[in-house]
Design a protein around this ligand. Sequence first.
Ligand code: ATP
Length: 149
Amino acid sequence: MSPIRCEIVTQERVVYDQEVDMVIAPGSEGELGILPHHVPLLTALAAGELRLRLGDDESSFAIGGGFMEVQPDHVMILATAAEQADEIDIERAEAARERAERLLKEGLPSDPGRFKRIEAALRRSRVRLRVARRRRRRPGPGPMMEATE
Ligand code: ATP
């Protein structure tokens, strides 16, 4: 099958721009698998893991949330934050998780907006830790050399 171009962009940088065989994205309603020739689609993304398949290789990214626009030959992901698995600073993500857990343990903030922000930070940190640790359990010299599950 012909590949599909996948771009992952944040406000800060182009995180990824290559042709892949399949995009597996954390849609706000659940995981979405996108193959070439998919029907056009615009959807919100949740904080979660984004996986790209190319042959037998798979690359994994932590996504903070955002939007995904699908065209038959092109997937555009606009993410609030995105890091490829080997870019994730585990200590930073652990510190973020501990900070959010401590704030939630100290009691529910009376401001519901603040509560949501802490919860969202906790979710982002957990996604980063999961993506980073999953990659480190796999063999292979680089992110594009990993075995699929
Ligand atoms: P922190 O509290 O550690 O800043 P955060 O969840 O508030 O974490 P974001 O607002 O999601 O951070 O992201 C801000 C920027 O920092 C983005 O460019 C994101 O890619 C980067 N970033 C955040 N955490 C990490 C991490 N653990 N490793 C690598 N980059 C990170």
